[in-house]
Design a protein around this ligand. Structure first.
Ligand code: NAD
Length: 523
């Protein structure tokens, strides 16, 4: 798997639990990208000409290949990204398998040409259709935190729709990236329909610069802005799945036992390094103390350790520099009056990237911890007077990826959901919508634009073509040449016939309007 290559041209796959280099992968020289894109274009032309059912059948085979190798894949994700193995199974493997199933099964219906009914009687003689056509070559640039679920969740619909894909996985998880390429090859996809290139940010930038037909980018806000600028220079369309600062609102009528378990899991799953991590918790004042106590007590029960240990619940962070960032945010919050209820320390005794799951109360919006994405194992609590204040706090953020509302009254939860500025709101659950194939994923504001997953994610990967078939091909149109005063009057009657506020005016103008339709054409 790992390429034997000179160290200078390699990226290293590092196990974050130990800091050990576990493999090396040859980097792709940016100068190679034009040739890679040219190969992708040739492959795409053949691929798109295959019947959709053939493409779906291959995606089904891909699903079977993932299923057959699920143990090996889960081990790999844990080794390279650090997450507990159970989380690799529930997130990366499950989402990948379900994405393959969903699109293999539903794409024929979702991509079939769609009739467009016309409301205007003047164009009833025309039959309209929407046709969905592939873009061509999609550049998929991926982060490290869900190194199989994210690229596969985007590449599968792209190829189903008839595109070719060039994947640039994160330089922190090159082995998982290489595995994506291998899975497509093993499933029998034609060469170059899915190609994987290996390297860091400069390679991602070079890929975007070379003008793929669309870019699907998932990563940080800072990188997303660079990608958007580069795409704008070429008018390359892009989807941007960026960071989050998801709020959790806990109302007084919520089940505190369940909500506190959700807060703990939502804050610490993948060591808090999920775009959908619970990053801010707003609790109604009347239950705030009881809720915080439960969160702290449950956090103390969590087992911190390497993801490969089946008992581990919280693994390491991805790199030591990420630990520094979280530590800095925490110190700043404490200096401004936040209280650590449990945790708060680095754990070098366990490895270079361990930080204790930490519960912190009394945070406020002047703190970086409540403004910037934390992306680490911090559960941050703030008490609020009522639901109204909670919603206003939740909306006081540049981000708008997702949020959750916890209440015993699900109707009220749904009502409040409409007031929250986010791409998704869950009532009485956190984050799990990412695993629902039919649920669109994507953000507002600094969290990006466009959608992945679901029918909407598939439609991001096709160009819509409107096809119009005239049912009266021998009939010259009333608006064509041969203009004169009579036509001017008939045109006005025509507008009256269609749009006059009173029906009697419409009927009165019908005959005059018909003069526009039934007229001789001089030209
Ligand atoms: P990152 O922005 O550092 O890197 C993401 C990818 O972009 C990597 O492959 C990287 O090599 C590449 N890249 C870097 N510079 C580039 C450039 N100038 N042009 C093109 N590509 C470039 O992000 P990360 O640390 O890998 O991932 C963590 C971030 O991703 C967090 O902010 C997290 O919230 C976000 N994320 C968002 C979602 C979502 O669906 N919204 C999902 C997962 C992660």
């Amino acid at each position: 798997m790992a390429a034997p290559a000179s160290l200078a041209s390699c990226i290293e796959s590092i196990n974050p639990a130990t800091g050990e280099v576990i493999a090396r992968f040859e980097t792709t020289p940016p100068a190679e990208i034009p040739r890679i894109l040219a190969r992708a274009r040739r492959a795409q032309a053949d691929w798109a000409s295959q019947p959709l059912r053939t493409r779906c059948a291959l995606v089904r085979r891909l699903g079977q290949a993932i299923y057959a190798r699920r143990q090996e894949l889960a081990d790999l994700v844990t080794r390279e990204s650090g997450k507990p193995r159970v989380e690799a199974v529930f997130s990366d493997i499950l989402v990948s398998l379900d994405t393959a199933n969903y699109y293999a099964e539903h794409a024929p219906l979702l991509l079939q040409p769609e009739r467009v009914p016309h409301h205007n009687p003047a164009v009833k003689a025309k039959a309209g259709w929407l046709h969905y056509e592939p873009y061509g070559v999609i550049a998929d640039i991926s982060p490290w935190n869900y190194p199989l679920a994210i690229p596969l969740g985007q590449i599968i619909p792209a190829v189903v729709a008839g595109n070719a894909v060039v994947l640039k996985p994160s330089e922190l998880t090159p082995w998982c990236g290489a595995m994506v390429g291998e899975l497509f090859a093993r499933a029998g996809f034609p060469p170059d329909v899915v190609q994987v290139i290996q390297g860091g940010g400069e390679l991602g930038a070079a890929l975007v610069e070379r003008g793929p037909d669309k870019v699907v980018f998932t990563g940080s806000v800072a990188t997303g802005k660079r990608v958007a600028e580069s795409c704008a220079r070429r008018l390359t369309p892009c989807v941007l799945e960026l960071g989050g600062k998801d709020a959790m609102i806990v109302l007084a009528d919520a089940d505190l036992e369940v909500a506190s378990s959700a807060a703990v899991w939502g804050s610490f799953t993948n060591c808090g390094q999920a775009c959908l991590s619970v990053e801010r918790i707003y609790v109604e004042a009347s239950i705030a103390d009881r809720f915080s106590e439960r969160c702290a007590a449950k956090t103390q029960l969590l087992k911190l350790g390497p993801g490969s240990d089946p008992h581990t619940e919280v693994g390491p962070m991805i790199r030591a520099r990420q630990v520094d960032r979280v530590d800095e945010q925490l110190r700043e919050a404490v200096a401004r009056g936040a209280r650590i209820l449990t945790g708060g320390r680095r754990r070098p005794d366990l490895g270079p990237c361990f930080f204790e799951p930490t519960v912190v109360a009394d945070v406020d919006h002047s703190m970086r911890m409540m403004q910037e994405e934390t992306f680490g194992p911090i559960l941050a609590l703030r008490s609020v007077e009522d639901a109204e204040e909670a919603v206003s706090m939740a909306n006081d953020s540049a981000f708008g990826l997702a949020a959750s509302i916890w209440t015993g009254d699900s109707r009220r939860g749904r009502r409040l959901a409409t007031q929250i500025r986010a791409g998704a709101v869950m009532v009485n659950d956190v984050a799990s919508y990412f695993g629902i194939a039919e649920a669109p994923h994507g953000g507002r504001g600094a969290s990006g634009w466009g959608r992945t997953h679901s029918r909407l994610g598939l439609l991001e990967l096709v160009q819509v073509k409107y096809v119009d078939v005239d049912r009266l091909p021998r009939w010259p149109k009333s608006w064509w040449y041969g203009y004169n005063e009579e036509l001017g009057v008939a045109a006005d009657r025509f507008l009256e016939f269609l749009f006059a506020p009173e029906w009697r005016h419409r009927w009165r103008s019908a005959r005059g309007a018909m003069r526009a339709v039934f007229r001789g054409h001089r030209i």
